[in-house]
Write a protein that binds this ligand. Structure first.
Ligand SMILES: Cc1cc2nc3c(=O)[nH]c(=O)nc-3n(C[C@H](O)[C@H](O)[C@H](O)COP(=O)(O)OP(=O)(O)OC[C@H]3O[C@@H](n4cnc5c(N)ncnc54)[C@H](O)[C@@H]3O)c2cc1C
Length: 408
């Protein structure tokens, strides 16, 4: 891409989640003169998704209370947002995207921030009465309206979003059953101790969690488990994960493999096209990886936007996620390995887990509950690759922030 542009650089971004908004802001910070256009298939100011399964369902906040770009909105940052604009094709030769209305929008650099779609369970078809999936504002509003008048709900999937919905429904006083096919909840993201701790808190709130349970069939408002047991509910919420929304990229002939393949500068196989967020697969320190969390989307979006505007910066933040369920703030930082070389546990006064994974004497991943203060030191230990003595990590008398200074 030429750096000596006589006309303002036209940067087009598809998708207005945190990756798309991060890209727009990053591009603006890099190039004050660029024409930046954010294409959103929704009809509203870009909003944060994390509250949808928490404060929005419990009625403590509305979906639009948390605009991603802050109170000025994205237009206040010199970005043109086009609502109700779903892109159907990328015409890579002449560098234009085509909206579903047929309108062509030309670009010099394009950023794909199309996110992820809900993984669907065929027995629970999207759009049928009493069946809910949760990914956007419209789905959250519909689910909340039904929850407000329901007595019972079955949540299918004991992952982060399913459990957040279960916690919100329990807080509203609903009878909640969670169906999880794995032998424990949070199987994918948490160690056994953390799973058990969160499980116990749900049980305290009256949630009935069925582990190792598979669904044989659904019959209107009831489902039948493989064990033969029938469970009735006013509504069902399916939270069984997400799949990257990479169809547009694949149709345009970009390299795609369960996610849009990008390099460390967020470039796709076409040097004029960048991608960021849930939709991508990118080079992590232990091989290509795909993440689904807010911080990754926002930070990778920023890097993609800067590079689309002419910079050459690499994306290298340690990933992190959080989840809020009742009074539990669950936080993970770092790179989770299938087989970590070593595990360690720090005893804490509040009894909540704070567990570590190490690769020889480097911290690679940590998962804690209500450990926000320690997590910022942990993030720095991981990102700066500071060697740690496992004995110091597990010693509650040694503040983790003290480990940031190399030993004399
Ligand atoms: C209910 C819920 C709760 C969550 N809670 C947490 C949490 O507590 N902590 C955490 O770390 N993460 C959480 N996440 C995950 C986090 O929100 C996502 O990782 C993040 O939103 C991904 O950002 P993204 O920009 O890549 O994609 P998205 O936010 O999915 O945005 C992609 C956007 O692109 C649009 N789009 C797609 N295709 C097109 C097209 N062809 N044309 C135009 N627009 C298009 C979509 O409509 C969508 O708005 C949560 C997610 C959900 C759904």
């Amino acid at each position: 891409m030429s750096e000596a542009l006589s006309e303002p650089r036209r940067i087009v971004i598809i998708g207005a989640g945190p990756a798309g908004v991060g890209a727009a802001m990053g591009a603006r910070a890099q190039d004050a003169a660029a024409e930046i256009t954010l294409l959103s298939e929704e009809n509203c100011e870009p909003y944060e998704k994390p509250p949808l399964s928490k404060a929005v369902l419990t009625g403590k906040a509305a979906a639009h209370d948390a605009p991603i770009a802050g109170p000025k909105g994205i237009a206040g940052h010199g970005v043109t947002i086009r609502h109700n604009t779903r892109v159907s094709t990328i015409d890579r030769g002449p560098r234009a995207v085509v909206a579903s209305t047929g309108e062509r929008i030309p670009y010099d650099a394009l950023v794909l921030a199309t996110g992820a779609r809900n993984r669907l369970l065929p027995m629970f078809p999207l759009g049928q009465p009493g069946i809910y999936y949760l990914r956007n504002h419209e789905e959250a509003v519909a689910l909340k309206a039904h929850l407000d008048r329901a007595e019972s709900v079955v949540v299918i999937g004991g992952g982060l979003i399913g459990l957040e919905v279960a916690a919100s429904a329990a807080e509203l006083g609903r009878k909640v059953t969670v169906i999880e096919v794995a032998p424990r909840i949070l199987n994918r993201v948490a160690d056994e101790e953390t799973s058990a701790f969160v499980h116990a808190r749900h049980v305290e709130h009256g949630v009935d969690i069925r582990l190792g349970a598979s669904i044989a069939k659904r019959d209107g408002h009831s489902l039948v488990l493989a064990s033969g047991e029938r469970i009735e509910a006013d509504l069902f919420v399916v939270g069984i994960g997400a799949v990257p929304d990479d169809a547009l990229a694949a149709a345009a002939g970009l390299d795609v493999k369960e996610g849009i393949i990008v390099d460390e500068q967020c470039r796709t196989s076409d040097p004029a096209i960048f991608a960021a967020g849930d939709a991508t697969r990118f080079p992590g320190p232990h091989g290509p990886v795909r993440l689904e969390n807010w911080r990754h989307a926002q930070e990778q979006g920023d890097v993609a936007g800067r590079n689309a505007a002419g910079a050459s910066v690499a994306y290298g933040s340690a990933p992190s996620f959080w989840s809020e369920q009742y009074d539990l703030y669950i936080q993970g930082v770092g790179w989770q390995l299938a087989q970590p070389a070593r595990r360690a546990r720090r005893a804490r006064e509040n009894g909540a887990p704070l567990n570590f994974e190490l690769d020889s004497n480097h911290l690679t991943y940590a998962l804690g509950i209500n450990a926000q203060r320690d997590m910022s030191a942990i993030r720095r230990l991981i990102e700066r690759k500071i060697p740690v003595d496992p004995a110091d990590l597990v010693d509650p008398a040694k503040p983790l922030a003290g480990l940031l200074k190399p030993k004399a």
